[in-house]
Design a protein around this ligand. Sequence first.
Ligand SMILES: [Mg+2]
Length: 147
Amino acid sequence: MFNILVVDDSETMRAAIRKVVGMSGVPVGEFLEAGNGMEALAVLEDAWVDVILTDINMPEMNGIEFLKRVKAEEVYRNIPVIIITTEASQARMDEAEGLGASGYVKKPFLPETIKMILTDVLEKAYAQRMKEIPAEAAVESDEEMDF
Ligand SMILES: [Mg+2]
């Protein structure tokens, strides 16, 4: 089971990501949510998190600043961080990668894209635990989720 933290200032987007993750076949333990980087850091203090999916544009603390904070903390730095954002410039992607992001998804996204990147990242980070997951968990919708 994997505890998943989704960080996005849009509640609708968090719900959409939650739905996609639910359909992905990844066994979810706890599904945790935060509306910005500050809230996400508070969640990390209280709960064990296996993977983080974060937006970039958010009030209080944006996703880039949050990513920096995660990677600067000994106890958090091994948690894979996947960026899900409308900011699709190559410079932004390079910056995120340079800061240690494990993946980058552009909004609007296809459910299949999230599934692929999430399972890929989890496989790399937690090879042993991923072996127990059935290989072919179908994601039904191939429509873009655009909010
Ligand atoms: Mg946002």
